[in-house]
Design a binder for this molecule. Structure first.
Ligand SMILES: [Zn+2]
Length: 191
């Protein structure tokens, strides 16, 4: 759905609810939650009333994106500090979630990587990107849980994601954060 006064794609999700609600995701997409049979004209009227609020929110997001895009490459000192922080933080998160999932694991390797946030080898050795220290803590945990769930399912099957959601219900949101912000962090790694 599109509305002339709003510069974004609008997704309408209908469900058994009684009220209308609008939500702007981090990636700038607008989600409208609406009752099952509410006429589309009502939704348009609602969006029209909210359009000033939505536009100002989108403008703020855009300003933040531009500000972050201008950030310089990390210095060696910054990278060393992040690595140290990762060494203090990530093994403890792995140990916590391994216990919750009831899985074992091998060695944990922490490094700066341009292509991945984490991996899990067939032998159970885990690898994490130190840049995760710049993500919200919950996002770091979501990567830890993803890799540990590969100890149960070595694939990306439905069963794999069901297992993730069992211990980590907001996984999709965290994954979305990485999709949205990850490239900016990786872009600041020196060549
Ligand atoms: Zn995976």
């Amino acid at each position: 759905m599109t509305v002339p006064e709003l510069p974004c794609e609008i997704t309408v999700i209908r469900s058994r609810r009684k009220t209308l609600a609008a939500e702007i995701r981090r990636d700038g997409a607008l989600i409208v939650r609406a009752p099952l049979r509410l006429p589309e004209a009502e939704i348009r009227r609602f969006l029209h009333e909210k359009s000033a609020w939505i536009r100002s929110h989108l403008a703020k997001q855009q300003a933040l994106r531009e500000q972050l895009a201008q950030m310089p490459a990390f210095t060696q000192e910054e990278l060393a500090a992040l690595r140290q922080q990762a060494q203090h933080t990530i093994p403890a998160r792995v140990s916590y979630y391994a216990a919750r999932l009831g899985v074992t694991y091998g060695r944990i390797t922490l490094r700066f990587q341009k292509t991945r946030w984490g991996s899990c080898s067939a032998a159970g050795n885990l690898n994490f990107n130190c840049l995760l220290m710049l993500a919200p803590p919950r996002v770091l945990d979501s990567v830890v849980v993803h890799e540990l769930c590969h100890r149960i399912h070595p694939d990306h099957s439905r069963a794999f994601y069901a297992e993730i959601r069992r211990v980590f219900p907001d996984y999709a949101q965290c994954h979305g954060w990485l999709r949205q912000n990850g490239a900016r962090l990786i872009g600041r790694l020196p060549d």
